[in-house]
Each structure stands twice: as C-alpha cells, then as structure tokens.
Design a protein around this ligand. Structure first.
Ligand code: 5GP
Length: 189
C-alpha cells in the first residue's frame, strides 16, 4: 500500500536493526484518515471471505481493527494482556512472548465473545516473530471458531513471523513488508 509506505519512510524511526517506531500515525498519535484507507484495503483483500468478527490485541490493534470493522460491518473483539499467573475459567487464555518488551504475558478473551460459529479475521499492527498472531489463533481454536485470514499493517520479513504463521495455511495480507532495516534505512520488499 503506497500511502502507508510513504508514511513509514517519512515518519518511521528505526531503533537498532529490528524495531520500527511509527508513533506519529499508528502507535500513539493516530491518523484516522490513513486508518480508513487501511480498513478499505483489508476489506478489498478479504472480500472473498465470509467474516463475522475481527479479533485483535490491545492496545494498538484496537483502533486499526475498529476502523476496518466499519467496512466489514462486523464487531471487534480485542484480547486483553495480563501479567498475572491466575487462570480465569470464564476466558480463553494464551501465552505470548513479546520480543519488543523481552517478556512473556497472557492474553485473554471472555468466552462470551468468541464461539464456534465465528469466522474470524485476525488483525494486528506489526508482524515480527508471529507470537501475537499465534496467541490470537490459539484463542480462536479454543473457542472452536475458524480464522478466515490474517491482516497485518507492517510486516518485518527479516523476522520469523511469516514462516511461523504460514504453517496455519491461512490467507495472510501485509500492507507494507519491510525486508531490511540497516543504519536507520528502511527497505521494502
Ligand atoms: P510478534 O508477536 O509478531 O513477535 O510481534 C508483534 C507484536 O509486537 C505487535 O503486536 C506489536 O505491537 C509489537 N511489535 C513487533 N515489532 C514491532 C516494531 O518494530 N514496532 C512496534 N511499534 N511494535 C512492534
């Protein structure tokens, strides 16, 4: 998606060799117009799928998924992150390891909001090592629901996320794919 790539090039800040900060339009300040275009693009890419719910993960996924959901005309459910060791029988839970924070956490969705009739689109802001997406897919499987596709705003293809989630055999669409980040320079695929 050209518009998104332009914004990444003009406003993205590379931290080290692996982390991209896009706080000015995606992760802190939110450019709603850009998110509208992102939402339309996801709708176009997944127009062949019968989707009745979008599942994402807090916090940054919520705005992206909510704006996309207006085009799909479906509700959004977001997984909440927890640091505790408790288990909650009223929720589906999975463990996720965050490479940006270098720590593990739990994600939970109430059993009320995911069920076996659901046909889910998973959406997230970044695909790095695939842990967030695999955690979300784990919740979907526990609910007996079915994932129809995975929509990612920015994929970093030099990390192992894609090869891990390709094993799920699902349609994966990334709107911008970064092949390399070297000396602060961003190279798209
Ligand atoms: P993964 O689970 O695929 O390893 O990483 C994806 C999650 O980590 C996303 O939900 C995102 O919040 C965060 N993340 C991974 N890489 C980046 C990055 O380069 N920049 C930002 N802002 N977040 C990232």
């Amino acid at each position: 998606m050209e518009l998104l790539k332009e914004r990444i090039l003009s406003e993205g800040r590379v931290i080290g060799e692996e982390i991209l900060k896009v706080d000015s339009f995606l992760n802190q300040q939110i450019d709603v117009e850009l998110l509208n275009e992102i939402g339309k693009e996801f709708k176009k890419l997944f127009s062949n799928k019968n989707i009745n719910k979008i599942l994402t993960i807090e916090a940054s996924g919520i705005a992206i998924a909510s704006i996309a959901a207006q085009y799909f005309k479906v509700p959004v459910v977001f997984a909440k992150k927890f640091d505790d060791d408790k288990t909650d029988d009223s929720s589906y839970e999975a463990r996720v390891f965050s490479f940006t924070k270098n720590k593990g956490y739990k994600i939970r969705v109430s059993k009320r909001y995911l069920n076996k009739e659901d046909r889910i689109l998973l959406i997230d802001d970044f695909l790095a090592n695939g842990q967030a997406v695999l955690g979300l897919e784990n919740l979907v499987e526990q609910a007996g629901a079915e994932t129809q596709g995975i929509g990612i705003v920015i994929e970093k293809s030099f990390q192992e996320g894609r090869s891990k989630i390709e094993k799920l055999g699902l349609q994966i669409e990334s709107l911008a794919i970064i092949e390399k980040m070297e000396n602060g320079k961003i190279n798209f695929k």
